[in-house]
Design a protein around this ligand. Sequence first.
Ligand SMILES: [Zn+2]
Length: 269
Amino acid sequence: MKRLESGINYARYEMGELIVVALRDGYGDMPPSRLRQDGDRPFGSDLPKEVKLIDGKLRLSVNAYLVIGHGQHVLIDTGAANAWDPTMGLLLDALNEAGVARDDIGTVAFTHTHIDHVHGLVAADGSDAFPKLERLLVPQEEIAMFDEIERLARFHRRRLPFADGFNLNAGIKVVVAHGHEVGHSVFEVTSAGETLLIWGDTVHVPSIQFARPEITWEYDDDQARARSARQRILRRAARPHCFVAGAHLEFPGVGTVVPRDDAFSYTAL
Ligand SMILES: [Zn+2]
């Protein structure tokens, strides 16, 4: 996988016969107390010194990824639009900057149904963000959660559930990583002997969770399952010829994972 070009809000990569475009939706600043240890206990003065803070806060990028190939444009996650912080909601600008027409996107698939991943289906002006959408894929365990999101009511009848092993097309397969949310899923993209794991919220805070993957996140629905899913996906990512793309890794959030001592390290691409 190699980077072909990039701008402020996008980066375009080539992987075999596929093109992958990283899209910047923005970022969110969060208190470091969202990091959890030993089950569900926040850090205090024992916050590890490696944790990167900006004005005392964790800054989480919010990214989405477009996979172009097999005759389809598949968008994984959609950012927050205007449903959360005003520091988010750039996705449509990012697509425009990347030279991708909104009308080209026929499939949207969600890693899970949290605000910063699904609300971009509806643009800030209330219009459909992707007017030619044909398939809308939601983890089967989160269909009920999706159907409770009022702002997305027009899509409730259109969503299709997916489960572990589902093939979005010949090059994209679902690998479940339940824990952060009940249906949290990773999209495994393969081409020409290379693999890319578009892994959603497997890592929230890259400055510490590669080195200490046992550290969890306040918003993990099930702390223990989120921890073991992260460890399992990190081991999978650390195989040869594998790359990762993370919704909250520092934009563009694409890179490689290698084992280091009894944990991992990450190198951006
Ligand atoms: Zn998220």
